[in-house]
Design a protein around this ligand. Structure first.
Ligand SMILES: [Zn+2]
Length: 279
């Protein structure tokens, strides 16, 4: 699932290309992922001719704003991807692939297609972001400069469970998913299944520092790779996530895997010591 770094990299790649451009066409091939929260209007009609005001991000949502407070909010879920595609002779996108859900064509000739293998993502058209499911539940963004150590500790305060589960709660701190929680906990040297309440003040401070460092580093990686691959699921150079059995980059011990509810957690037993205790 694209997390904060990939969605931010996409927003930064799209912003200079889209701001000031008009939408020429919205073509919906498969309506499943496209949800209009406006009543009695045809999305393609409402969007045609609209000018992009900005391209931003909130947690794992990509936000494209238009005049009259109109928004597209894209959540990619497990397999969604927004990518440029070739325009054909009519100025529209070329061949439609099986898992293409919709296309947006802009006045500068850029066409973006939304592709999603599992079709679990959602794109909302709305004039009120608060109506987008989950949006008002989001805690502060993990890279928000206003999220100081003190504020971070306050946000984690109500959650007493396993620290990996707490880190991935969008209500506590927004933007971190399964992959970067593993990377952040590895960087902080913290066992993912320890309870938040068992962590010392020093460990929580290390966690905060690791969160900021890992996300900044991964944003730089994503900004380099995205314009090349146009694949938000392509991640180069992860330390532990997605690498079970490979040597730990710090100590050389094999990276461990524990699956909880089919979600894998990858970590190093040497560098992140702890016991799996469930109750
Ligand atoms: Zn290690």
């Amino acid at each position: 699932m694209p997390e904060l770094p990939e969605v931010e990299a996409l927003a930064r790649w799209l912003r200079p290309q889209l701001v000031g451009q008009r939408i020429e066409a919205l073509e919906i091939h498969r309506p499943l992922v496209f949800r209009s929260l406006l009543t009695d209007v045809e999305p393609a009609e409402v969007l045609a001719g609209r000018t992009v005001q900005d391209v931003t991000r909130r947690a794992k949502y990509l936000l494209i704003s238009f005049e009259d407070d109109l928004w597209l909010a894209v959540h990619f879920m497990l397999t969604g991807n927004l990518e440029p595609c070739e325009a054909n002779a009519r100025g529209r996108g070329g061949r439609v692939r099986v898992r293409d859900y919709y296309r947006l064509s802009f006045s500068n000739g850029l066409t973006l297609r939304y592709h999603d293998l599992r079709g679990m993502g959602k794109t909302y058209l709305t004039d009120d972001l608060a109506q987008v499911p989950g949006m008002t539940d989001l805690g502060p963004d993990a890279l928000d400069s206003a999220l100081t150590l003190e504020r971070f500790l306050e946000r984690l305060g109500p959650y007493r469970g396993e620290i990996k589960g707490v880190l991935t709660r969008e209500r506590a701190v927004a933007g971190i998913g399964n992959a970067y929680a593993d990377e952040i906990l590895f960087a902080a040297g913290i066992y993912p299944f320890r309870k938040r309440t068992q962590l010392s003040p020093q460990e929580l401070e290390n966690l905060y520092t690791a969160m900021r460092q890992v996300l900044e580093e991964r944003l730089a990686v994503a900004m380099e790779s995205l314009p090349r691959t146009h694949n938000m699921h392509h991640r180069e150079g992860l330390q532990v996530h997605g690498r079970p059995g490979e040597p730990c980059p710090r100590c050389g011990a094999p990276i461990s895997e524990i699956k909880v509810a089919r979600r894998p957690t990858h970590f190093c037993r040497q560098c992140q010591p702890g016991l799996l205790l469930r109750n």
